[in-house]
Design a protein around this ligand. Structure first.
Ligand code: APR
Length: 265
């Protein structure tokens, strides 16, 4: 049976009716008591940080096997560190939260959002004012020594980076590494378990700007749906979970989320 409600899974080619989609999103927000937000690189694209996949994505220019895998980091960490120094550092430190990050934080202030689960490592949800942020892939503003695990801030790391690349621990001389999950590493168990609990107990999950192709993170929206929650997907491009979502908005997050939050107030 084709779905005749134009606000549900609208045809991305048709452009949909944006204001009807915003009203539908607002209605879902009104009806929900425990909202969980799940974000990917697309939300930070509006803060000027390129996504990983798709046209202009990071991984189309930099092979993640070389620049973001634990195997390669162990073999030769200088690739990662040159990538961080020349490409990532400026992008991350200059980025400011965008209207969609701020809308998410506002929903938490109102008691609607109980958790933000993010695959992003840029720290922008916290900068926007969100407090309950579960970072599945770590945070690139933190570093530690690969040998003795001494922690380093981004400022300390940048100072050390000016002296030598890769930067080394002032205590033991070990190579520093980012506090992020590189390809080939396990996700932090406690964070994953907490995220799973949130996914299973929310009544609405809103997925913003994730291609939903990287596991295990991409399981969480499916887990939420299977536990009875409503599922909204806001993404410029189609995702593999669009067919199970209650509402899909194929547009930039900043075009719809702040407007729906405004209406919800
Ligand atoms: N609003 C909404 N969606 C957007 C926007 C926007 N303004 N801009 C881009 N997008 C969408 C893209 O269409 C794409 O589907 O965001 C998605 C970003 O997908 P990815 O680049 O694959 O990012 P993500 O899903 O977060 O990747 C997951 O992969 O490489 C790893 O560890 C990295 O955490 C990352 C993980």
């Amino acid at each position: 049976m084709p779905n005749e409600d134009p606000s549900v899974n609208p045809d991305p080619e048709s452009g949909g009716d944006r204001s009807a989609e915003i009203v539908r999103l607002k209605a879902l927000l009104d009806a929900a008591e425990r909202v969980v937000i799940f974000t990917g690189a697309g939300i930070s694209a509006e803060s000027g940080i390129p996504t990983y996949r798709g046209a202009g994505g990071m991984w189309s220019k930099y092979d993640p096997e070389i620049y973001a895998s634990i195997d390669y980091f162990r073999r030769d960490p200088s690739y990662y560190w040159r990538f961080f120094r020349d490409v990532r550092h400026d992008l991350i430190t200059r980025a400011k939260p965008c209207p969609a990050h701020l809308a998410v934080a506002e929903l938490e202030r109102r008691g609607k959002v109980c958790a933000v689960i993010t695959q992003n490592i840029d720290g922008l949800h916290r900068k926007a004012g969100s407090n309950r942020v579960l970072e599945l892939h770590g945070n690139t503003n933190r570093f530690y020594c690969f040998e003795c695990r001494a922690p380093y801030s981004i400022e300390q790391t940048c100072e050390l980076m000016e002296q030598q690349l890769p930067p080394c621990c002032t205590e033991c001389g070990g190579v520093l590494r980012p506090d992020v999950v590189l390809f080939g590493e396990m996700l932090p168990t406690e964070v994953v378990n907490e995220a799973a609990r949130e996914a299973e107990s929310c009544d609405l999950m809103i997925v913003i700007g994730s291609s939903l192709v990287v596991y295990p993170a991409a399981n969480l929206p499916y887990q939420a749906k299977m536990s009875g929650a409503g599922l909204v997907i806001i993404n410029v491009d189609p995702t593999p979970l669009d067919h199970v979502a209650d509402l899909c908005l194929h547009c930039p997050a900043g075009e719809v989320l702040p407007a729906a939050v405004e209406l919800n107030s």
